[in-house]
Design a binder for this molecule. Structure first.
Ligand code: SAM
Ligand code: ZN
Ligand code: ZN
Ligand code: ZN
Length: 720
């Protein structure tokens, strides 16, 4: 038997004088029944997952240096890992707030995405292999784990601040309307324009005269006067407005566009926006409508763009046109797809068209400066931050509201939704403004790497989340370059592969102790389509460094999703998932567990999952329900979405169980009987929606199918 605890745990235990439950102190090996097969702290973890999902970037900042879609919470994965590593007589909660070191275990995540499993496994001291087909995922997880000195980062940031930072700030110069002195445009509000098909006048696609509502005060918002354009904050949105400048009276809720139609303010004609777009070849134009400025003397305020502001912007456009040939920005076209078609319908043909010319000019200046950083590791960190910055600095960003983070980033939804009302942030950032490089440096990169060096946990005390330092844990590790490296070199604890997990040839058979993952959920998120937004920029810097960045796009071919636009049906999803699970079966030790989270509102997804597991030789042994974040990509069932994840605990199949269920009625009875305890478990915390109950029933039906207790698929359940 091999010891799994290091001196760290012993020292921490001694320091805290906390005794572990009897039987848990003995040296452990990853054989026999595991904790997660016996029990799981469903309620404790659901509470922690819930608070984490509200403030993910604050509670687990290491994973939020860069965007990834549909991340699960770290608390859930820490508990899943502990439940898998600990023997049946131990509970994850007894180890949750301790430093652990399961240093003999090798964990694999074949769908690593944003790297939650990778980071959480490294904290527990295991060795870990992370695989993802997407080059952006690979790059961001690599930077989550790679060590960097905070001094070196800080020095590089200071250098950027005095070089590109100064040039970028110059692009946002304006004058303070109070004192006439110099000021900075912190946020610039724009609206989309389309020409009226009847009279040719430009119609601003404004839903109302409210540019941004206050997040906590329902009758407060930023309004512009329809007569004179003056912007002001009104606290009486429920009443008729009187403009403080020109005295015009108006209804702030009345605009010139409603969903897909516009009403021309000049001639009163009403028409479909898409009809206008069909007549055109270019994306909608934008008009600047308000500036949120900052003056060193007078503070913050709003102003109507004056003649000088419009002139300044015109000069920037001219500067862009002159320098265009030399500027560093992607020229790649937007390929058709499920998510990208929406942009193509708005006549966006190239990725760069998502940005205005000031943004392209500033981004190009910044990227040039980042590429000149000598230390390649530091350069890559700044590049990762730059990539994250893109999401906050394009014309698909909209105002989030007053009294909050200001910029709603592009991927607030798992889609590309052209904004009718756009918010342009100050690219460098002023006074910690939302979406600026300097702000993201502090809030994302610096905070994220500090967490990667010294992670903490949260304990709920009287409804408050209290920080608990976990002395001795660390996410950072040097990368192994091969499986041999990973097992033989003590300081190389992580191997990251950028390839389809349907082929894991470099990992020997029976070499992995456990597989912990979160696969794509049928067609919920089109990772490759969305990630191209970042990829086309990242490849400008990385194409000569890493072969996977030499391709024109992230690559979609073997991605395990359903996407009809890409010719991938549910059968494709099932077959690809099966191929990955089959590789998992090969590399996993016979005693090892495969544990993953899943939820879906349709039986189709559960059928595909059940078949993929079964064909690959796995059966689901246990199911645990846990709170999952509200997922914007989840299909809606009667307006209710799934808010629960099912944790599916699988083992390699053994012999078939007896007592075959042959008809749908008996199946429904059996499923009901086995789902009820799961519902009771989680209903101690939350009331389940119909969609939640259905997703859990489907999980149970999938379990019966993979245990070969029935040949009926989850879709045979009545009401599916
Ligand atoms: C749900 S995400 C994982 C999220 C991750 N667990 C987290 O918490 O951030 C699923 C991932 O599977 C990846 N993927 C899809 N098909 C794949 C394949 N054939 N091989 C490897 N990765 C794949 C996608 O790129 C995506 O990052
Ligand atoms: Zn001033
Ligand atoms: Zn008109
Ligand atoms: Zn007015």
């Amino acid at each position: 038997m091999r010891s799994m605890f290091t001196k760290n745990l012993a020292a921490e235990r001694e320091a805290t004088q906390l005794a572990l439950p009897l039987g848990c102190e003995a040296p452990l090996a990853l054989t026999g029944i595991r904790s997660i097969e016996v029990d799981f702290p469903v309620i404790e973890i659901s509470h922690l997952a819930k608070i984490e999902s509200y403030r993910k970037n604050i509670y687990r900042p290491a994973y939020y240096i860069h965007k990834w879609w549909a991340r699960r919470t770290g608390a859930t994965f820490r508990a899943i890992l502990l439940g898998t590593l600990l023997p049946g007589n131990c509970s994850p909660m007894d180890f949750f707030y301790r430093a652990n070191s399961f240093e003999d275990a090798i964990i694999l995540d074949p769908f690593m995405g944003g790297g939650t499993t990778i980071g959480e496994a490294l904290r527990l001291g295991t060795k870990v292999i992370g695989v993802d087909i997407n080059p952006v995922s690979w790059f961001l997880v690599k930077k989550i784990v790679e060590p960097v000195s905070s001094d070196a980062l800080e020095a590089a940031f200071r250098h950027l601040e005095t070089t590109a930072g100064q040039d970028i700030l110059r692009l946002y110069e304006t004058t303070c309307p109070e004192c006439g002195g110099p000021a900075q445009a912190v946020y610039t509000y724009w609206v989309s324009l389309v020409p009226c098909r009847a009279c040719g006048e430009m119609v601003p696609l404004r839903k109302s005269m409210i540019l941004a509502r206050h997040m906590s005060k329902p009758h407060t918002g930023l309004v512009t006067c329809p007569e004179c354009g003056y912007p002001y904050v009104s606290s009486t949105l429920n009443q008729s407005q009187r403009c403080p400048v020109c005295d015009a009276t108006f209804d702030a809720h009345k605009g010139f566009s409603k969903r897909a139609t516009y009403v021309c303010p000049a001639c009163g004609a009403r028409d479909q926006i898409t009809r206008v777009l069909r007549d055109q070849s270019a994306p909608p134009l934008h008009a600047m409508v308000a500036i949120h400025f900052h003056c060193a003397r007078c503070g913050k305020g709003y102003k109507k763009p004056d003649a000088q502001d419009l002139q300044t912007y015109k000069h920037i456009e001219e500067q862009f046109e002159e320098q265009q040939g030399y500027l560093l920005y992607p020229r790649a076209s937007i390929p058709p797809g499920y998510n990208t078609n929406q942009m193509l319908n708005y006549n966006y043909r190239f990725w760069f068209q998502m940005f205005n010319k000031r943004q392209l000019l500033g981004l190009s200046m910044l990227l040039e400066a980042i590429l000149s950083i000598e230390d390649p590791n530091v350069m890559e960190f700044m590049l990762l931050l730059f990539s994250g910055l893109l999401e906050f600095n394009n014309m698909f960003c909209s105002p989030k509201g007053l009294g909050t983070g200001a910029v709603r980033p592009t991927f607030a939804h798992h889609a590309f939704i052209p904004a009718k009302e756009c918010l342009e942030a100050n690219l460098w950032g002023v006074n910690r403004s939302s979406g600026g490089f300097s702000t993201l440096y502090r809030e994302r990169l610096r905070r994220g790497k500090a967490y990667a060096r010294e992670p903490v946990e949260r304990r709920l005390v009287g409804g408050r989340a209290v920080k608990v330092p976990i002395v001795g844990e660390c996410i950072e590790s040097a990368l192994a370059s091969s499986f041999e490296d990973l097992v033989s070199l003590p300081d190389k604890r992580v191997l990251l592969l950028n390839r389809s997990s349907a082929d894991l040839a470099e990992i020997p058979s029976q070499s992995v102790d456990a597989i912990i993952t979160d696969p794509p959920y049928l067609g919920n998120v089109m990772y490759a389509e969305l990630s191209d937004f970042f990829y086309v920029w990242l490849r400008l810097a990385l194409r000569e460094r890493y072969p996977q960045f030499s391709r024109p796009s992230a690559g979609r071919a073997d991605e395990a999703i359903r996407n009809i636009e890409q010719g991938k049906d549910t059968e494709f999803y099932r077959a690809t998932l099966m191929a990955v699970f089959r590789e998992c079966h090969r590399v996993l030790k016979d005693e090892g567990l495969l544990v993953f989270t899943f939820h879906h509102g349709t039986a189709e997804a559960w059928d595909a999952l059940a078949q993929a597991l079964d064909e690959a030789g796995f059966s689901i042994r246990r199911i645990w329900p846990v709170h999952a974040e509200m997922d914007v990509g989840v299909p809606i069932l009667g307006k209710q979405s799934v808010t629960l994840d099912a944790i599916l605990v699988c083992r390699k199949q053994e012999k078939a169980m007896v007592g075959l269920i042959e008809d749908a009625v008996t199946l429904a009875e059996q499923v009901e009987q086995e789902t009820q305890p799961l519902i009771e478990m989680i209903e101690k915390m939350t009331v389940l929606s119909k969609a939640d109950r259905r997703s859990l029933s489907q999980a149970v039906a999938a379990m019966l199918y993979t245990q070969k207790r029935t040949r009926l698929l989850p879709s045979c359940l009545a009401g599916s």
